[in-house]
Design a protein around this ligand. Structure first.
Ligand code: GLN
Length: 219
């Protein structure tokens, strides 16, 4: 018998790179266990599966397809409710889904309104479709983190209550917002599940799911 705290984190598995996130979450806790916590990671496709989770990751992929599948499977309202009461992290298409306003989206595309931001889809343009950039996130110890951008959105407007966590510089020298946080909801334009580095996932678990905001440096 174990008296460990049991925490379950789901990855929305309607479409996109959900397997990669599951793999990275598992690696993030395997590398250095969290004392007193037993983690469970699972795919989430239904409202019942969502309800069992203490936190959720919404992966990258194609936000219009995810939105359509969420509508067809009755997941839109459960997701909307879930985001108001639980830690959630959206990466790339996941960030688009979490936003309040989507620029260059499809007319019927779902915006869950969990992050009070405007995002622009495919904001780096065709010439810069995919790229990587090392970013020094102050809360991750050690080397800069290799951020991977694939047809990525950027955050173009931030309402009060939303914290800008990170920006990157474009070729023309302008800075764009690529990571934001509003309470326990996190959004990143890039794909930490493709970086070959589990620190970002570990930080999400410790800072957002365990809620250990006093020690973000433990990531
Ligand atoms: N451009 C995609 C969209 O609009 C997002 C790309 C991604 O998640 N890598 O959904």
């Amino acid at each position: 018998m174990t008296s460990d705290r049991q925490l379950r984190v789901g990855v929305l598995a309607l479409q996109g790179a959900f397997r990669e996130h599951l793999e990275y979450l598992a690696q993030a806790v395997a590398a250095a266990p969290f004392p007193g916590i037993q983690w469970h990671f699972c795919e989430v496709k239904t409202p019942a599966e969502l309800e069992r989770c203490d936190g959720l990751v919404i992966p990258g992929g194609e936000s219009t397809a995810m939105s359509l599948i969420a509508q067809r499977t009755g997941m839109v309202e459960p997701l909307r409710d879930y985001c108001t009461t639980h830690p959630v992290w959206g990466t790339c298409a996941g960030l688009i889904l979490l936003a309040t306003t989507i620029v260059d989206g499809k007319p019927d595309q779902v915006a869950l309104g969990a992050l009070d931001v405007e995002v622009r889809r495919n904001a780096f343009g065709r010439q810069l479709d995919s790229f990587t950039a090392p970013v020094a996130f102050p809360w991750l110890k050690g080397e800069p983190f290799e951020t991977v951008f694939i047809r990525a959105p950027v955050v173009t407007k931030v309402e009060p209550g939303v914290e800008v966590l990170s920006t990157v510089e474009r070729g023309d020298g302008s800075k764009v917002v690529v990571a934001v946080r509003q309470r326990r909801v996190l959004g990143t334009s890039f794909h930490p599940e493709l970086a070959g580095d589990y620190r970002f996932h570990r930080w999400f678990l410790s800072e957002f799911v365990v809620g250990d905001s006093a020690s973000p440096a433990s990531a």
